[in-house]
Write a protein that binds this ligand. Structure first.
Ligand SMILES: CC1=C(CCC(=O)O)c2cc3nc(cc4[nH]c(cc5[nH]c(cc1n2)c(C)c5CCC(=O)O)c(CCC(=O)O)c4C)C(CCC(=O)O)=C3C
Ligand SMILES: [Fe+2]
Length: 380
């Protein structure tokens, strides 16, 4: 699919590597507490919430599925690149668990890589989904600098929430979840699009303020994705399913407002309103990691069972080959742009392709810290 939109030659220059940058997760029971400490350092998360989230991981043997999912995505990317005749090494580093970003970036520099394209496993704007990853890149560069190593230039590939390689596999997932519902409730099923709740203040200031103004980019981008999926499903089935964007995985102190409603409250409301069934569509996530496995497949699914509401949860893109091809498309697009070429930028929906370089003030942090790969980067 991506190929049709990619008029650029298969030339990755100036890039000499791709870095898959992800969240990381524990790989056994002993990792859980130190992992949670890494994630929440300085973030003001209540102790009770941490205990609760720790319990989610222990329910699954202390293993987050996210690392294996990233290994599968790495394989898919390497296969895709090889199939397209694109010779570019692919590395993997995480924010919160091994392989740590700083270690990977050091390895890359020692391998001679100097110009790195970065794909974050987060498709949307927001502090947590974008700037925080850029802060981690700056921290990693600072660490290498302190070691006297040459610094690579790192460019973060643009947000891909509206790239067909992200949307089309999710449309397919929704269609198969609908098909999996009992026939008598299928046509009336609601689509509950879910994403990570974030503080309202973070949502309001997400994305380039000049472009999005009040409300911010985070919610707008998700609404656009939901509409694209609803429209594509209608085209396929002839049914305009009722839908709503809802939230999950709320954290933080209770007195601070976060995006609502929560998926569980939403299911209750749907049931109260007489909805016959629902499909939960986790558009906010790139793979079936712990938020999907616990908050949707465990907690929300139990809630629906208690209500007697038939539900299904549709697939995330994971290591879908079309997503891997989309990453290649984004990389070649950015490479051509860096070479001074004008290229077609593939994007569906009403928002258009996202920016390459986050402008100053994009997705501001509570306390200012250096962030790489944006207009405010202290690095080249
Ligand atoms: C927007 C967003 C994404 C999507 C973008 C992206 O993918 O990056 C995301 C992804 C993820 N979040 C994850 C795990 C956690 N997130 C936490 C905490 C928080 N997330 C937040 C936001 C997001 N999070 C926020 C605003 C907090 C509050 C603390 C803070 O302001 O920083 C906590 C602490 C405990 C808790 O409070 O829940 C944990 C353990 C995992 C790994 C799952 C696995 O192991 O499989 C993944 C992929
Ligand atoms: Fe999170």
């Amino acid at each position: 699919m991506a190929e049709q939109h990619d008029p650029a030659p298969r030339d990755p220059a100036p890039y000499d590597a791709l870095l898959l940058l992800s969240f990381g997760g524990p790989e056994g029971p002993d990792d859980v507490v130190p992992f949670l400490e890494n994630v929440t350092r300085g973030r003001g998360i209540p102790k009770e919430r941490l205990k609760e989230v720790g319990r989610h991981y222990f329910l699954f043997g202390g293993v987050s599925p996210i690392n294996d999912q990233n290994r599968a995505l790495l394989d898919a990317l390497r296969k895709d690149f090889a199939g397209a005749g694109l010779e570019l090494p692919v590395y993997w580093g995480n924010r919160n668990w091994a392989p740590y970003l700083t270690d990977t970036l050091r390895e890359m520099v020692l391998d001679g890589r100097r110009r790195v394209a970065v794909l974050a496993t987060s498709a949307y704007a927001s502090y947590s989904g974008c700037r925080q990853y850029r802060e981690n890149l700056a921290d990693a560069l600072a660490a290498l600098e302190a070691e006297g190593l040459p610094l690579p230039r790192v460019d973060k590939l643009r947000h891909y929430f509206n790239h067909p390689g992200f949307i089309v596999p999710m449309v397919e997932g929704v269609l198969s979840s609908l098909a999996d519902l009992p026939e008598d409730v299928r046509a009336g099923a609601h689509l509950a699009f879910t994403t990570h709740s974030i503080p309202e203040a973070a949502a309001d200031s997400s994305g380039p303020v000049a472009e999005h103004g009040d409300g911010g980019a985070y919610v707008k981008q998700h609404l656009d994705v939901a509409r694209l999926i609803v429209d594509a499903v209608r085209e396929e089935t002839g049914i305009a399913h009722p839908w709503r964007l809802v939230y999950q995985s709320r954290s933080g102190a209770p007195h601070i407002p976060w995006l609502e409603p929560d998926i569980c409250d939403h299911l209750e409301e749907l049931h109260g309103d007489g909805a016959p069934a629902a499909v939960m569509v986790p558009i906010g996530f790139v793979s079936d990691h712990m938020e999907v496995l616990y908050d949707l497949d465990t907690e929300a699914t139990a809630k629906a069972a208690e209500l007697g509401l038939p539900v299904r949860r549709s697939a995330t893109v994971g290591a879908d080959p079309r997503f891997a091809a989309a990453v290649r498309d984004l990389l070649l697009e950015r490479a051509a742009t860096e070479r001074g070429k004008v290229v077609e930028r593939c994007a569906l929906g009403s928002l258009g392709p996202s920016h390459d370089l986050c402008p100053i003030g994009c997705c501001p942090a509570r306390s200012e810290r250096p962030a790489a790969a944006g207009a405010d980067s202290p690095y080249a």
